[in-house]
Write a protein that binds this ligand. Structure first.
Ligand code: 2AM
Ligand code: CA
Length: 270
């Protein structure tokens, strides 16, 4: 991607590809049956819909930038030959999808080297296309979005997800929740990390934190929050949130307050 014209062409084609994949997911959602669910792990469901959507996205993204690498939820990792890597979650919120809850998304990010340059999160059932390009802002269906202006945790709505893999993370998470229910306006658990981040970016929610997630859940949404004027960090306030298994994203104003609340509960060695 060397010129603005090339970038404009790429983003238009990418958006069309994501919408087309979204149409497929929406159609399948209407008649999906729980008997078609397989389990990668005890609480990690997958269906032919996840796999087919990922194949559609991979094929399309590879045509857009031949020789690209991939880091995908269902397909594993392919090394980049051209410096670009796609980071894709074809269906974020699979548990919602399989239970008939209409809150799930497609998440597609494009990185050049180590830096995420483009991010798309598509709320399939609401037809909301969230898009961010580094240095150029964040948008919802083409309109600029900003993170919320609320300044205090006390009046903030915070979203999270429960940790899956480690008992120590779950214990810690529950201790943090105990504090947060008391010190915020409310806590939500919606089931798609990519949409949690998109909602922080557009000002519906003030903060989001979670343990144990992967780059495909977070890459596009984290760029959305940053480009909407919010702040994203790990639980030490550093930058290792994509691969570091801990993420805090806020409107910026409540970042320190929420970070301190989390840190207070993290015991040495956890
Ligand atoms: P998924 O639907 O693509 O699996 C909700 O807290 C977030 O956690 C979602 O983004 C969801 O992504 C992810 N998630 C669900 N089950 C998971 C598991 N077993 N391990 C890791 N992440 C999971
Ligand atoms: Ca996911």
């Amino acid at each position: 991607m060397h010129t603005d014209t090339e970038l404009t062409r790429l983003t238009a084609q990418l958006e069309a590809l994501i919408r087309q994949t979204g149409e497929f997911i929406r159609r399948e959602f209407e008649h999906f049956s729980f008997s078609k669910v397989n389990y990668k792990d005890i609480n990690d469901p997958v269906s032919y819909v996840d796999v087919s959507a990922e194949n559609m996205l991979m094929e399309g993204c590879n045509k857009l930038l031949p020789g690209s690498g991939f880091i995908n939820e269902e397909g594993g990792e392919i090394r980049s030959e051209n410096g670009f890597t796609w980071i894709i979650d074809p269906l974020d919120g699979t548990t919602n999808f399989t239970h008939g809850v209409p809150h799930f998304s497609i998440s597609v990010a494009l990185s050049e080297g180590d830096e995420v340059k483009l991010g798309y999160v598509y709320h399939v059932m609401l037809d909301e296309m969230y898009m961010a390009a580094r240095g150029a802002g964040a948008f919802l269906n083409g309109r600029p979005i900003r993170a919320s202006g609320l300044e205090k945790l006390k009046t903030s709505l915070v979203v999270t997800g429960f940790p899956y893999h480690r008992k120590a993370w779950l214990d810690l998470h529950l201790r943090i929740l105990g504090d947060l229910v008391d010190r915020s306006q409310g806590v939500r658990r919606l089931g798609s990390a990519a949409l949690d981040l998109a909602y922080v970016a557009c000002g519906r929610l003030e903060g989001y934190f979670e343990f144990g997630l992967s780059p495909w859940d977070l890459a596009a949404g984290a760029l959305l929050v940053q480009e909407a004027g919010g702040t994203v960090s790990d639980f030490e306030g550093g930058d290792n949130y994509l691969f570091g298994k801990q993420i805090l994203a806020t409107n910026g104003h409540i970042h320190v307050e929420l970070l301190e609340l989390i840190q207070k509960r993290i015991l040495p060695g956890q």
